[in-house]
Design a protein around this ligand. Sequence first.
Ligand SMILES: Nc1ncnc2c1ncn2[C@@H]1O[C@H](COP(=O)(O)OP(=O)(O)OP(=O)(O)O)[C@@H](O)[C@H]1O
Ligand SMILES: [Mg+2]
Length: 263
Amino acid sequence: MSDKGLPALVCENVTMRFGGLTAVSEFNLVVPEGALFGLIGPNGAGKTTVFNIVSGVLHPSAGSVKLFGDDISGFSPDRIAHRGIARTFQNIRLFRNLTVLDNVLVGLHVRREANLAEALLALPRHRAEEARMASTATQLLRDVGLEDFSSYRASALPYGQQRRLEIARALATGPRVLLLDEPAAGMNPAETEDLMRLITDIRERFDLTILLIEHEMKVVMGICERMTVLDHGETIAEGTPAEIQCNERVIKAYLGGGVVAEN
Ligand SMILES: Nc1ncnc2c1ncn2[C@@H]1O[C@H](COP(=O)(O)OP(=O)(O)OP(=O)(O)O)[C@@H](O)[C@H]1O
Ligand SMILES: [Mg+2]
């Protein structure tokens, strides 16, 4: 592909204003292809707003977002999903009344080939594709350790497993860049350990670039190579876990507040 060597994701001077509030200010980010990159900071720092901008839910007041060199600022969420960015949500957004398998099938739908007429007539190509999609969805559930729950209602899964299902659904869209918004929230220590393994594992297996928002420092410091720290919409630091952990500004704004002491 001609985009070889280009960073997977670039934010250039991205600003997001909500009325009088500047939630994100002149935000800059360069995430190299294949990186596992962290985005951290206190509550209300602007982290989810950055994800909303990158995934097209919000259009920035100023600045641009580039995916492998292509400017995608202002694109709709659908178009951005087609271009290869998938995400999970801080507040889990599953189809609660659908089965676990159907939730993944919804994700696969994004890259489906058969057109509506074929689907209605149930032409052989369509039937073959349906069978293929079901087998891909089952494999994705195996990848995230949910294969035994495929016929459960999504709402019947414990919290930690719902988060894994969201990851499977995001993977189903065939992303090159995956945005994870607080995937460890609500998980117990054992689930968190498993999640860390899952994230590093899917990066390799699916050739992903991953941007991770997380308050659980064990996760961020344990698996991210680099991270950016936001506070009140401003970037206050960027660096490796070792650099961030001893950064005075970060300790004062965020880590000093007992976050590190918990681990
Ligand atoms: N759609 C919106 N309309 C108005 N204000 C918003 C909107 N989205 C976010 N904000 C505000 O922007 C600021 C940043 O919010 P954001 O959700 O990005 O923070 P965050 O870093 O993800 O915090 P948390 O760690 O609590 O999830 C907050 O003050 C929030 O209230
Ligand atoms: Mg958030």
